[in-house]
Design a protein around this ligand. Structure first.
Ligand code: GN1
Ligand code: MG
Length: 311
């Protein structure tokens, strides 16, 4: 068994059976996912929908346990077994072709899910990608005193940028953006690249956060992950992701969606920076860290990147 992926939330292993067949074993983080049974119901329904439309090969479907459920609980953790997709995860820095391929894959994923009843999905993480709810948690913590200079500097960043970042959520709630089932965490490493073939798609894994949300926020999160490197932003990679996505999701988009991509990008970078900062203030309870202060460091880089985020 081999530890796979550098995800910050779950733990993932690659398992190989005696006959050579491979499986992905995952241990869900109970602190992050409050209702794993509901999550796995979403997960299985989404996989079924995708399999019916694009076949099994590119879908990380779950295997049922002996009792028919798609997970096993051991009293402390929830475990699940998923189909292993052969290929390699996309790891930034990406070439422009890879960035376009990831955008195209996300656009196709959105198109495949367009007919899925997104209202039937139970939010696996209540308030996920609702910036106002992250700001509310942050504000509750912000009352505390005694902090170092770096925290104080980031607090100023939050104060300075929060209103602008919130404009995207207002637009979402006002109903002017296209809302449907979206991936929720389309970071580069969640795309599996198969051997190159022109016009091909990659596959998307990590379907835990598939939920109802605006398309633009999903593509913005993908752009963030591909184009923000440390405190820097690569506009060419960002544009390549968006170009690929627009080509494959064209049938879903309204002019308002396109108009809001730049603001969605700022908003999602701010949101993740705020989530890292809040987790640092809470004592690193959500995102795994490899050294004390890592979440503060991650937050600082994202807020720095915001200075150069533009399309
Ligand atoms: C978390 O665990 P991982 O890396 O797949 C997080 C995403 C963040 C990402 C940042 C459920 O995903 O929202 O963008 O870290 N997922 C969850 O690296 O919170
Ligand atoms: Mg994830």
């Amino acid at each position: 068994m081999e530890l796979l992926s550098g995800g910050l939330v779950n733990r993932t292993w690659l398992c190989c059976r005696e006959d050579g067949k491979r499986f992905v074993l995952q241990r869900l983080n109970p602190g992050v996912f409050p209702d794993p049974a509901a999550l796995m119901k979403n997960y299985a329904a989404v996989c079924r929908h995708l399999e019916e439309r694009c076949g099994r090969d590119a879908v990380p479907s779950p295997y049922p346990a002996a009792d028919g459920a798609f997970f096993v609980a051991d009293g402390r953790f929830f475990w699940r077994l998923l189909r292993h997709l052969p290929g390699r995860a996309a790891v930034p820095p990406l070439s422009l072709d890879e960035a376009r391929l990831l955008g195209r894959t996300l656009g196709r994923f959105h198109t495949l899910l367009a007919g899925f009843d997104h209202r039937s999905l139970v939010p696996a993480i209540p308030g996920f990608h609702r910036l106002s709810s992250y700001l509310a948690s942050y504000d509750r913590l912000a009352a505390g005193g005694d902090e170092d200079e770096r925290v104080a500097a980031l607090r100023e960043e939050v104060a300075r940028r929060r209103e602008r970042a919130l404009a995207l959520e207002r637009e979402w709630l006002a109903g002017s953006l296209t809302v449907q089932a979206v991936h929720g965490d389309p970071k580069a490493e969640n795309f599996i690249l198969f051997p190159p073939s022109p016009g091909a798609f990659a596959a998307l894994i990590d379907l835990d956060t598939v939920m109802s949300g605006p398309l633009v926020l999903d593509v913005a999160d993908c752009v963030r992950s591909c184009a923000v490197r440390g405190p820097d932003f690569d506009p060419a990679v960002a544009r390549a992701v968006i170009e690929g996505w627009r080509g494959a999701a064209a049938g879903l988009l309204r002019p308002r969606d396109i108009e809001f991509i730049p603001l969605a990008l700022e908003s999602i970078v701010f949101e993740l920076g705020l989530r890292f900062l809040t987790d640092h203030l809470m004592g690193d309870r959500y995102f795994r860290v490899s050294f004390p202060g890592e979440n503060l460091h991650r937050a600082g880089e994202l807020f720095s990147a915001l200075d150069s985020v533009s399309l």
